[in-house]
Every structure is written in C-alpha cells, then in structure tokens.
Design a protein around this ligand. Sequence first.
Ligand code: FEO
Length: 162
Amino acid sequence: MVSKNLETAINNQINAEFWSAYLYLSMSVHFANKGLSGLANWFKVQFEEEQEHAIKFMNYLIERGNKVELKPVEKVPTSWDSALAAFQDTLEHEKVVTGLIHNLVKIAREENDYATENVLQWFVNEQVEEEGTAQGIVEKLKLIGSNTFGIYTIDKELGQRS
Ligand code: FEO
C-alpha cells in the first residue's frame, strides 16, 4: 500500500488529469464549432491521452491496494479567441501539471516510496514531451499570425494526429 498521504495526493492528481481531459475536450468542441476540424482532432486525441493518465494513476492505486476516490470535475473554460490562445493556455496548463507531478515525486521521496517514485518517472518524462509539443505549436502559430493559409495548413497538419 502507499501511505494515506500519497493516496490523497494521487487521488487529487486523478482529478487533475480528468480536469485536463475535460479542458481539452472543451477546446476540441470549440474548434469543431469553428470549422477547424484538424485542431478539433488534435484536442480530442489530447483529451483521450489525459484520460489514459488518470486511468494509469487509478490502476496504480488499485494495484497497491489503496482506495480510489473519483471526485467531481470542476468547470472548464469554453471559448478561446484564437488557436494561439488555446495553445498558450495548453502550454501554461501543462506547466502547472508538471509542477503537480514533481510535487508527487517529492512526497514519494520523502516517504522513501521507491515503487511510486518509479511509476511517477513515466509522468515526469511525459510532461517534458507534453510541454515540448505545446511549445512547438505555439511557436508555429506565432509565425503564422493571422495568415489564413497558414491556419489552413496547420489545421491540416494537426488533423493527422491519431
Ligand atoms: Fe496528464 Fe497533459 O498531462
């Protein structure tokens, strides 16, 4: 079993992952309504990934014989001024999530819980990837600015994520 302290912290993380999933689903719906199906696809895949993160944590608690507590998911924003604004929000949100994961590692270390620390390492690496991907798209969108053809092209590119 993991400690009660870690159990609470991981349950909070499960909720944060579901909130992330809901945030990206909201972005997907927003861009689908705007006719940007590639962006909608990218955020839908991101929504699915976040659910997988939540389930990974859930399965870990179950495997260790701990209690999973599924808490209510808070409201998420529902509109963004531009694709750039949505990806800037994505990047900022992922930085917050990185901080949450690092805090979990800190707790696991303080408790000498090597198994949990090992599981968390996957998430540490995943966050490097998540931030890097969002950062890359923000940079591209900054270059594109309000160029319609550029938006059309990046929408096509993001539509290929599966
Ligand atoms: Fe579950 Fe995007 O971090």
